[in-house]
Design a protein around this ligand. Sequence first.
Ligand code: AMP
Ligand code: MG
Length: 378
Amino acid sequence: MLTSKIFCGILFFMNTNKNTDNEMMNTQVKKVDAMHPDMDIMREAGEIIRQGGLVGFPTETVYGLGADALLPEGAKRIYAAKGRPSDNPLIVHIADFEALKKITSYIPPQAKALADAFWPGPLTMIFQKSDAVPYETTGGLDTVAVRMPSHPTALALIREGGGYIAAPSANTSGRPSPTLAEHVYEDLKGKIPMILDGGAVGIGIESTIIDLSEEIPMILRPGYITKEMLSEVIGEVKDDPGFASADPNVHPKAPGMKYRHYAPSADYTIYKGDEVKVAEKIIELANEKADEGKITGIITADQHLHMYQGRLNNRIKVVSLGDLEKPETVANHLFKALRDFDKVDTEFIFGEAFSEKNVGQAIMNRLTKAAGYNIIDV
Ligand code: AMP
Ligand code: MG
């Protein structure tokens, strides 16, 4: 009797520690001081990475879901946890320029110049990969995307985790990218063992991706580092026409850009044109939906809030993404705003378009995808 109890106890113990990928696991959320993370916590997180496990962590762009980039099973776990199509390659994060040598077969001089200008920071570059990088990480491609983040917690995790962390954004595939640890928890609780909570991220949209293998370097995904900033360092830079196209026959060079992305559950439409006319149109349509009893939201900016005041059904949730004079504030609030609309089960979102100048290009790229290319000229 006693022996069978002990035996059952041992079986139970073994079972709870097996943690096969389909089993729910306990997700620990560890608060860290973003600028000076506790090194005991970082070592513990690094150990999970070294063992092939996953850790959610803050970067200056959005929260990442990290695994050892050189272990095939690390990448596989990322795809499984996110529900991400496995042909959508992962960005490898490094903590120093020297680390690039092991994972690439050639470093063009332009890459050195861009790294000097923007690393550590929100720029990802595409290189020919070396044999050290498994195809699981690159989604079957012979190229590898690499970035050196500037966030101290991210850098500490990379160092403690062995130097190479594959990390996409730490959201369920298709949902808005996470800018707070609680967004990561919302999407990935029970699927990953640890989330490092370093508070709100600084930038709020993903890195700019540049491909230097083209004759004229090509931006595959717009981000905080703009075309103008890149051109100042390496001369002419062009956009991949694929990332902005609603046409499914135009294939973006970054495989991930073809997927529907950042989408709130609501039916979201963007209105573009003269700002007064846009506000009038949004007021008319939002009131119509709210009067029908639909849960309705509006996306605007600080400078335009006054146009809506006193004109709306009071159940309509009006959200300003930020100050039009400081577009980085808009970038910073965009994904959280989309998630917050989901939290209250918003059914319809009527949104203003934003300027596409400089970082505005990245902002409109994310909003356009979130709206499923639903843009109406007013
Ligand atoms: P995420 O990490 O979720 O921000 O997405 C990473 C983005 O980088 C996706 O759009 C990928 O398709 C893109 N990407 C990663 N590696 C490569 C590569 N080798 N070539 C082109 N695009 C890449
Ligand atoms: Mg992503």
